[in-house]
Write a protein that binds this ligand. Structure first.
Ligand code: UDP
Ligand code: MG
Length: 319
């Protein structure tokens, strides 16, 4: 019997959890030939999330949980979940029903019958999202794909079903600064993309502020491309060339017309511009240096406070 593990990161999701469980129960009923494990990862919630997870576990043994000592972020939660998942197939999915659980049987069927190692999803529309947010996202994906060798699919959700072999590959990537959308692409394997219409949150509200999204984008860019570092050198060369041309022009001009003292406003402008560019480049170098610094510390990606998970060998009722 095949076993599917579903990894569900939860951060302050007391309202969304019961709705999610009800929906999943229906889906699990549909796929009766498969044994399930829903691995909720409580990412340091401050509300009743953990309590509800314990209740769910007591009621239905298929619901298991890991609980972090503090909020480590969704990426860390996904990693922890994948690490503890015992299934032959592993799915990752949000708890707010923005990733429709109803797609699971179809995803499973594809992996069973077609030559793919994973089925991923992307949303075709962004309805219900503020215009400015959609615009910034679009720009981000265009930019990152123009500078990164790993394809990062626009509108891709963290909702996918993978075979064990791909899960193990993802786990090999134990970097501290994690950007799943890039990691899933980087490991390769054949992925089939399904599209669905955007659904709004079932309950509660989004945990992503614009600021969080900005630092997430930066994570993606610095994690999967070193192009900005070359940009710094290209700009340096460009400005040097410009400076040489200016010097030549000034020398020639002075020789012909002499040197009436003028033009200091343009000089101030140039000083401002060049120092701006220098600071910008220094900032880029700093971003990468910071990443390197954090990686060299080899800190754990997450810290568990408590958990209730069955391990692969000892699963009740699994044959
Ligand atoms: N999440 C998490 N840790 C965080 C932020 C979010 O585990 O620090 C989880 C959250 O509980 C949800 C999923 O990640 O299951 C997606 O979060 P959200 O719905 O807020 O993001 P959006 O769908 O708006 O991108
Ligand atoms: Mg959501």
């Amino acid at each position: 019997m095949d076993r599917i593990s579903i990894v569900v990161p939860c951060f302050n999701e007391e309202e969304a959890l019961p709705v999610y469980y009800r929906e999943m129960k229906r889906v699990m009923g549909e796929l009766s030939e498969v044994s399930f494990e829903i691995l909720f990862v409580d990412d340091g919630s401050s509300d009743k999330t953990l309590e509800i997870l314990k209740q769910l576990n007591a009621k239905d043994g298929r619901c298991e949980y890991l609980s972090f000592s503090r909020n480590f972020g969704k990426e860390a939660a996904i990693y922890a979940g994948l690490k503890h998942a015992s299934g032959d197939y592993v799915a990752t999915m949000d708890v707010d029903l923005q990733d429709p659980p109803g797609l699971l049987p179809e995803m499973y069927r594809i992996l069973k019958e077609e030559p793919y190692d994973s089925v991923a999803t992307r949303r075709a529309t962004r309805t219900g999202e503020p215009k400015i947010r959609s615009f910034l996202s679009e720009t981000f994906y265009k930019f990152i794909n123009s500078i990164s060798k790993t394809e990062i699919v626009n509108g891709a959700r963290d909702y996918r079903l993978m075979k064990r072999i791909m899960v193990d590959a993802v786990l090999e990537m134990s970097e501290y600064n994690r950007f799943s959308k890039g990691i899933f692409g980087w490991v390769g394997f054949r992925t089939k993309w399904l599209e669905f219409q955007n659904v709004e949150r079932s309950a509660g509200e989004t945990k992503w502020s614009l600021r969080k999204l900005f630092s997430y984008s930066l994570e993606g860019i610095t994690g999967f491309s070193v192009a900005p570092l070359s940009l710094a050198s290209v700009m340096g060369v460009g400005f040097c060339a410009l400076a040489f041309i200016m010097i030549a022009v000034i020398i020639v001009r002075t020789l012909i017309w002499g040197d009436p003292v003028a033009g200091w406003p343009s000089m101030v402008c140039i000083i401002f511009l060049v120092s701006g560019v220098q600071l910008f480049c220094l900032g880029i170098v700093g971003e990468y240096l910071a990443k390197t610094y954090l990686e060299t510390k080899h800190r754990p990606i997450f810290i568990l406070k408590e958990s209730k998970v069955q391990t692969a060998g000892k699963v009740a009722g699994d044959s």
